[in-house]
Design a protein around this ligand. Structure first.
Ligand code: ADP
Length: 993
């Protein structure tokens, strides 16, 4: 009973639980009894129990052993339905017998002799596997009066008892067709069951005072503990009405809700009351709350009737107290109409806690702390002031309604206030029972700033601040490090550096700056600008000019200044200042001071030294020029007189001495001329002339002038001028000759054997300007690469020993080089040590007005097609002569020796085309050869032109054989050669004519 109350379940549902257990018990009993039978056979020693008390007194452990039972008694309850029940009573007590389904039926009052075995599958010992024999009929035994408490004590289980109470409900179970009554007995409610279902009679019982006899049964929980009381009544005759119910329940006087459970002596206790009011809340599967003008009431229904708030109802029920709340139990509702729900009173939590609004409809505001919901129930926890309370809805609130409820929202709830009270009736807490979602109104959305968010934001903020602080710290470290680097850099420079702001105030300066300007450390630290300026000014040679300059510089923010500052103590600073720009904006100026005192000093010294040197050099040059001149004059005298003396009659000894004297004087004159020329060049006094001259003639002259020396050393000297070289040029021929002679002279000097060649060609032509390229080539000792760079300097010789071996001043190339430069060209050497040297130089000259060489053969046109033989042992010479002759249109043939020549001549003569002219080198033109030619019958009439070297003995020319014309000298001059050939050809032409 208690169980059903707590759970709020209708009482009749207690029965099926019993039944289910009974059914289970049956199955179990069957199994156990089967076991028992076998055990009976096995433990046949168990005594047979013959009274009900003996059975009831068995402990559970014994009862399950299956004691045989044989007893006699009267049936006090029999139900043969789906779950049959049989209560048997003897003089010692009553007990439940576990009937198998389909067992023969019995009637209350039947006296039977029963055999069976003891068992206890659940609550109490019982008899299983019964078999009986009906002995007859007997009146039901007298029943002792018991209270609810006794019945609930478990002692009375199975006993035939009598109990008094007021019938609260009466209903027939449609399944079992048994009648169930709720009996309000002293101490509790008893469920009465009887198979004697006569509804018309039963309804009359409601609210009547009755005395009922029946078998006591227990409602148990799963732990086999009794939690309620049943009374199994065999038929309605066992119910005796002590005081009947009012004939018409509607006639019961209506009582105000406030009146209920208030002290009164007039109200009959335990009987039904009639209340009229409006439904305020119908809790699903739970109680109903209603209200009249005097208050609210908690009503528990006998049967579920769906009610809506606002229903006008008459309610009939039994007053009681549940959980310290007045309650109308087992109530029946009669809906009489529908109206508005009464206005809810707006209460505070304090008022609600006070208890005066218990079970009443109220409105209360609170801030939502938490919400939770299940399919059956939604619960909110709210707070108003310091009071926390719950709000519960048995219906699930719609999802959107709930989802919009955010913690912290200020809500207004309208619902039933249910107060909790302590044992003394003082309210301790309250909760609000809600119906629908509409009972919740949101007054105010929660502030975005919830505590959690505030904490989270605070945390984030703290992290951000920590991050910023860490960043700032690292930044500061980096700034310190950078500053240290910058300061170190500034201090590591040789300059004094100062940074000033736009007003000229010092922002930063390195130590050198203070040191250079002799600024005391204290003044620098104090940035005492006036004092610093005073100190600076006091040191300067021109303080006012310095100040003016400062003003100028500051006046123009874009100006970059470079100045020299002179100090009284002789120091000189170079100052450089530039505007200091930050993001393109001028924020001041940076000054750098560099002490250039030493540099200035050395510059000055250098300048003085240079000037002195120049003066000395000039004096020396002038002296040299004078001296050369002075020396030359007497030298001319010496030479002239020596020559005159040589023309006189002299003894061979005197002539030899005078020859030596003359050659020494010649050599000395060369040296003097060199020195004079060099000093002239150095002094810039040498001027070039512009005279028209013939380069070919010039080169031939040079060659000729050196021919003697060449031949003395047994060398071959050739001279080749390219045809494109203009016939006449305008320049300084004597200086050009000087260069060429010097180069050829050197070549002769440094060549022991081989040949020396001079070549001239045109490098480039622009307008009337022609750049000539001249080369003097020798097969001499050569010059090492490192010396090649030096030999064009004055007084330099490739090898100090050459001076001794070859003589010379080391001035020749220096003068040549200067002269070449003056002629707009350059000079260089290409040489292999031991193989010879090639001295190249270029000069720029104007082309002369005379006709060029190509035009000249007109004169020699008579030579065209005339065969000519060149006999020369030197290949270069052969080649050059061949070139000249072929150029004149002659059919030139060359031969390297006399034998070859003879052979050529013979072959030509044999072929019918004899060679009329033979050019014969001095070496080759020995008399033997000449003779052989002349004596040769086929060669008679061949003209032989010998080519002798200058200086060859005159005798050779004098005693020349007939047919041999006067010799021409080598190197051969074109004009001379032309004349010689013409000289031999003319008589032949005359002869032919
Ligand atoms: P020097 O009067 O001594 O000849 P130069 O200026 O004419 O003075 O020559 C400088 C030096 O260059 C010579 O002493 C010699 O060592 C070197 N030199 C010049 N021409 C030749 C050459 N053709 N072959 C080898 N060495 C030469």
């Amino acid at each position: 009973m208690l169980y059903s109350r707590i759970c709020g379940l209708p009482r009749r549902y207690a029965k099926p639980a019993r039944r289910r257990r009974a059914r289970l018990a049956t199955a179990l009993a069957f199994a156990v009894s089967a076991l028992a039978v076998s055990r009976r056979a096995f433990s046949a020693g168990l005594p047979t129990l013959t009274t009900i008390r003996q059975v009831l007194e068995l402990s559970r452990s014994k009862a399950v052993k299956g004691y045989p039972v044989h007893l006699r008694g009267v049936v006090t309850y029999y139900y043969g339905g789906a779950v049959p029940d049989l209560f048997l009573h003897d003089s010692t007590g009553g007990l439940w017998v576990d009937l198998a389904q389909g067992a023969p039926s019995l009637k209350p009052g039947d006296v039977i002799e029963l055999d069976g075995i003891t068992e206890q599958p659940d609550f109490a010992p019982q008899i299983g596997r019964p078999s009986w024999r009906v002995l007859g009929k007997a009146p039901l035994p007298p029943a002792p009066r018991v209270t609810f408490g006794q019945m609930a004590s478990t002692h009375e289980d199975g006993q035939w008892v009598e109990v008094e109470g007021i019938v609260r409900t009466a209903a027939v179970d449609p399944e079992s067709h048994n009648l169930f009554l709720d009996l309000g007995a002293e101490g509790g409610l008893i469920t009465v069951q009887t198979p004697d279902a006569r509804p018309s009679l039963a309804q009359k019982l409601v609210d009547s005072e009755v005395l009922i006899r029946g078998n006591c049964g227990a409602i148990r929980n799963a732990l086999n503990q009794q939690i309620g009381v049943m009374l199994y009544v065999p038929n309605l005759e066992q119910i005796r009405t002590l005081a009947p119910a009012p004939s018409d329940s509607a006639s019961l006087p209506v009582r105000s809700i406030a009146d209920l459970q208030r002290f009164s002596l007039d109200q009959p206790a335990g009987h039904r009351v009639h209340v009229r009011g409006v439904v305020t809340l119908d809790v699903r599967d739970g109680p109903v709350y209603m209200a009249d003008s005097t208050g609210g009431l908690y009503v528990r229904r006998k049967e579920h009737t769906t009610l809506r708030p606002g229903d006008r109802v008459d309610v009939f029920g039994f007053l009681g107290v549940v959980d310290r709340h007045p309650v109308l139990e087992d109530s029946v509702f009669q809906v009489t109409g529908q109206g508005p729900v009464p206005a809810a009173a707006q209460v505070t939590a304090t008022q609600a806690l006070h208890g005066e609004f218990d079970s009443a409809l109220v409105k209360i505001d609170g801030r939502l702390l938490q919400s939770a919901s299940s399919p059956d129930e939604t619960m909110l926890v709210l707070r108003e002031g310091s009071t926390v309370f719950r709000a519960i809805s048995k219906s699930e609130l719609s999802a959107p309604a709930l989802s919009s409820l955010r913690e912290g929202s200020l809500l207004r709830l309208s619902g039933i206030c249910v107060a909790d009270t302590d044992v003394t009736g003082n309210p301790t807490a309250f909760e609000i029972r809600l119906g629908a979602a509409s009972d919740i109104a949101i007054l105010k959305e929660p502030s975005w700033w919830t505590l959690e968010r505030a904490l989270a934001m605070g945390g984030l903020l703290s992290l951000a601040i920590l991050g910023a602080l860490a960043w700032a710290a690292s930044l500061r470290r980096r700034v310190h490090a950078q500053t240290a680097i910058i300061r170190g850099t500034l201090d590591a420079t040789a300059d004094g550096i100062v940074v000033v702001d736009a007003h000229g105030k010092i922002v930063a300066a390195n130590d050198k700056f203070a040191a250079m300007w002799n600024f005391p450390e204290l003044l620098m630290a104090a940035r005492d600008h006036d004092a610093l300026l005073r100190i600076a000014m006091g040191q300067l040679k021109e303080p006012e000019a310095f100040l003016d300059r400062l003003r100028d510089v500051f006046a123009s923010s874009d100006l970059t200044s470079d100045d020299a500052i002179e100090f009284l103590d002789g120091r000189v600073f170079e100052s450089h200042s530039e505007p200091n720009r930050v993001n393109g904006r001028s924020v001041g100026r940076v000054w750098a001071f560099h002490d250039i005192t030493d540099r200035m000093r050395s510059q000055r010294d250098l300048q003085q030294a240079k000037e002195a040197a120049e003066a000395a050099n000039e004096t020396k040059t002038a002296f040299l020029a004078n001296m050369s001149h002075e020396i030359r004059t007497p030298m001319n005298g010496v030479l002239g007189m020596t020559e005159l003396c040589l023309d006189t009659e002299l003894t061979p000894e005197q002539r030899e001495y005078l020859d030596m004297a003359k050659s020494s004087a010649d050599a000395l004159l060369v040296v003097i001329n060199d020195v004079l020329d060099f000093s002239k060049v150095e002094a810039g006094r040498l001027e070039l002339e512009l005279i028209e001259f013939n380069l070919r003639d010039l080169l031939e002259e040079c060659a000729r002038s050196l021919a003697v020396r060449t031949h003395e050393k047994g060398l071959e000297l050739t001279c080749e001028v390219a045809p494109e070289v203009p016939e006449t040029l305008i320049g300084d021929p004597s200086r050009l000759r000087q260069i060429v002679v010097n180069l050829i002279g050197n070549a002769i000097k440094f060549t022991q054997q081989g040949e020396i060649g001079v070549q001239a060609s045109v490098d480039s032509v622009s307008g009337d300007q022609v750049t000539l390229h001249l080369v003097v080539r020798d097969t001499g000792i050569g010059i090492s690469p490192e010396k090649q760079r030096l030999i064009f300097d004055a007084f330099t010789q490739a090898d100090a020993s050459t001076t001794r071996r070859f003589g010379g001043t080391g001035l020749g190339l220096a003068i040549s080089s200067r002269l070449v430069e003056m002629m707009g060209g350059r000079i260089w050497v290409e040489s292999d040590l031991g193989r010879g040297s090639e001295f190249h130089f270029t000069i720029r000259l104007s082309v002369g007005t005379s006709p060029i060489e190509q035009a000249q053969p007109s004169e020699s046109s008579s030579f065209t097609g005339v065969p000519v033989l060149v006999i020369d042992t030197n290949a270069t010479s052969r080649q050059i002569l061949n070139g000249i002759l072929t150029g004149w249109g002659m059919r030139s043939t060359v031969a390297a020796s006399g034998e070859d020549a003879l052979e050529v001549l013979e072959r030509a003569a044999g072929g019918g085309a004899p060679i009329p002219v033979v050019l014969c080198d001095g070496h080759t033109a020995d008399f033997l050869l000449l003779k052989k030619i002349q004596e040769h019958p086929a060669l008679a009439g061949t003209a032989i032109i010998p080519m002798t070297c200058v200086g060859q003995r005159c005798e050779e020319r004098v005693s020349r054989p007939p047919g041999v014309v006067a010799p021409i000298t080598k190197p051969v001059r074109r004009a001379e050669l032309r004349e010689a050939i013409a000289g031999v050809l003319e008589p032949m032409l005359v002869e032919q004519v």
